[in-house]
Design a protein around this ligand. Structure first.
Ligand code: AMP
Ligand code: MG
Length: 415
C-alpha cells in the first residue's frame, strides 16, 4: 500500500462538513495498487482489480425462455389458429438440428433454438392435437426466446474495476466462465480502544470500569467491508504508550482506527499521540453526535481517531472510516443509502451542524413514518439496537415539527 505523506490531510478550515471530509479522502488517498488472483468462491467480499470483460456471449446461444413450441414466425396464419405437426422434442442440454418449414418443435426452457426457428409459444397458450400443435394468433416474432449475448455481448464490460464482489457479481463471473478473479490485496485495518476505564468483556469489572464495546462494534462494522481487521486491544490513557502502540501497529497495517481520547479532556491523548508519531490533522466534523473525530498519519499510515461515545463512534465510522476503507481497498465510492420519511416528532437543534437522530421506520401508505427513539444520549447503545435509521437533519434547519419531511439514513442497510 502506498505510503502517505504526513501532511496529506492538512486542512486549515473550521469544522468540516461530512462532504468536505470525504472529498479530502478522495483527493489525498492514492488509488489502491496491487492485484492477486483468487478462486471465484474466495472472491466474495473482495474488490475487483481489473475490468472484467466477456470473452464469450451470455447467454452463449439463442435459446428458449419457456417450455412450449418453437416454430418459424413466417409459418403462422395471420388472424387465425395455425396447426403445425410436431417434428421432435428438444430439452436443455440437447443440440438442435435445423427446423423444417411448416413444422413445430416441442421445446423446453434453456434448450437451443433450432436454426431457422425464431419464436416460441408458451405451452399454456397452445394445445396438442394428435401429433400437432395448435397455435393461437397474435404472437410477435422473437417472443419467448433469449438471443445469444442479450445479457452480456462478447467483449462487453461485465464488471468494472473497483466493484465490490457480492453474490450477484460472483454469479455473473461464474456465468461468464471465470474460475478465478483479479482482486485487490486485502487492506489490513487495526482497531484499538482507548481508556483507563475500559475492561475486556467477561473480565471482572472494577469499581470505575465499563466494558469496552466500541472495539467490537467497529470490528463488526469492518466485517462487512473488504478488509482484514485486527483486534489490537485497549490502550491506556497514557500519551507515550499510545504513541508507541500506534507507531508499532503502523508497521503492519494500512489503516488504524481508535475510539475515545479525541475530545478536549485531560485524558484525551490520541490527538497528541498521532502528532508525536507523525502528523495530526485534527479535523472536527460539523456533526452531532461525532464532532471530535481526528485524522492523521503515523509512519505513512492513516489513523482515524473516532469519538468514544458509542453512537458517535458509529456515526463517524460510517462517514469517515467507511469511505476511507473503501478508497484504500480500491473500491468505487459508495454513498450511504438515503430516502425521505415523514417525522412524527418535534425536535430542536442548532444551526451549522448536521444531526443524526435515531428513529424507527414504519411503512404504510405514502412516505414511511419516522418515529424518534425516546432518548438522545450519544452513549446509549440501546438507541441503536432499538432503531433502524438516522433522521439526518441538515445544517441549516433548527427545528423539526410533526409532519415534516425528513431525510433518513437507514443504517441497518449498511450494517
Ligand atoms: P472519551 O472520548 O474517551 O472521553 O470517551 C467518551 C465516552 O465514551 C466515555 O464515557 C467513555 O467511557 C466512553 N467510551 C470510550 N471508549 C469506549 C469503548 N471502547 N467502549 C465503550 N465506551 C467507550
Ligand atoms: Mg477516554
Amino acid at each position: 500500500m502506498a505510503q502517505l505523506s504526513d501532511d496529506c490531510f492538512a486542512f486549515g478550515g473550521p469544522l468540516l462538513s461530512v462532504e468536505e471530509a470525504q472529498a479530502l479522502i478522495e483527493a489525498r488517498i492514492p488509488p489502491a495498487e496491487g492485484l492477486e488472483r483468487v478462486a471465484l468462491r474466495e472472491a466474495v467480499g473482495r474488490v475487483l482489480a481489473e475490468d472484467l470483460r466477456a470473452s464469450s456471449p451470455l447467454p452463449p446461444f439463442f435459446n428458449s425462455a419457456v417450455d412450449g413450441y418453437a416454430f418459424r414466425h413466417a409459418d403462422l396464419v395471420e388472424g387465425a389458429e395455425t396447426r403445425l405437426p410436431i417434428a421432435t422434442r428438444l430439452q436443455a442440454g440437447q443440440a438442435a438440428a435445423p427446423i423444417a418449414p411448416g413444422t413445430a418443435i416441442r421445446i423446453f426452457t434453456g434448450a437451443p433454438m433450432p436454426p431457422g426457428a425464431d419464436t416460441v409459444m408458451m405451452q399454456e397458450d397452445a394445445r396438442e392435437e394428435g401429433g400437432a400443435v395448435v397455435l393461437v394468433p397474435g404472437l410477435k416474432r422473437g417472443a419467448n426466446c433469449r438471443p445469444a449475448g442479450e445479457d452480456v455481448a462478447t467483449g462487453g464490460l461485465a464488471l468494472p474495476a473497483g466493484r465490490r464482489l457480492g453474490p450477484a457479481e460472483i454469479g455473473l463471473a461464474a456465468a461468464l466462465g471465470f474460475r478465478e478473479l483479479p482482486v485487490r490485496p486485502q487492506v489490513r485495518v487495526g482497531v484499538f480502544s482507548t481508556g483507563d476505564e475500559l475492561a475486556e468483556p467477561g473480565a471482572p469489572l472494577g469499581p470505575a470500569q465499563t466494558y469496552d464495546s466500541n472495539r467490537f462494534t467497529l470490528l463488526a462494522l469492518l466485517a462487512g467491508l473488504p478488509v482484514e481487521a485486527h483486534d489490537l486491544g485497549i490502550l491506556p490513557d497514557e500519551p507515550a504508550a499510545t504513541a508507541a502502540a500506534l507507531a508499532r501497529a503502523a508497521g503492519a497495517h494500512d489503516l488504524l482506527l481508535t475510539s475515545g481520547g479525541v475530545s478536549t479532556g485531560e485524558a484525551d491523548h490520541v490527538k497528541a499521540a498521532i502528532g508525536q508519531g507523525g502528523r495530526l490533522v485534527f479535523w472536527r466534523l460539523a456533526i452531532k453526535p461525532g464532532r471530535p473525530a481526528a485524522m492523521g498519519v503515523v509512519e505513512g499510515v492513516p489513523v482515524v481517531g473516532l469519538p468514544g461515545n458509542p453512537v458517535a463512534a458509529v456515526v463517524t465510522f460510517l462517514h469517515l472510516a467507511r469511505p476511507l476503507v473503501l478508497r484504500l481497498a480500491g473500491a468505487a465510492p459508495e454513498s450511504l443509502p438515503r430516502f425521505s420519511a415523514r417525522a412524527d416528532f418535534a425536535y430542536r437543534k442548532k444551526a451549522g451542524r448536521r444531526e443524526y437522530v435515531r428513529i424507527r421506520l414504519a411503512f404504510g401508505e405514502g412516505l414511511p413514518v419516522a418515529r424518534k427513539y425516546a432518548r438522545e444520549g450519544a452513549g446509549l447503545l440501546t438507541s441503536l439496537t432499538e432503531s433502524d435509521a438516522f433522521a439526518e437533519l441538515p445544517e441549516d434547519i433548527t427545528a423539526v415539527a410533526p409532519g415534516d419531511e425528513v431525510r433518513v439514513l437507514p443504517f441497518r442497510a449498511v450494517f
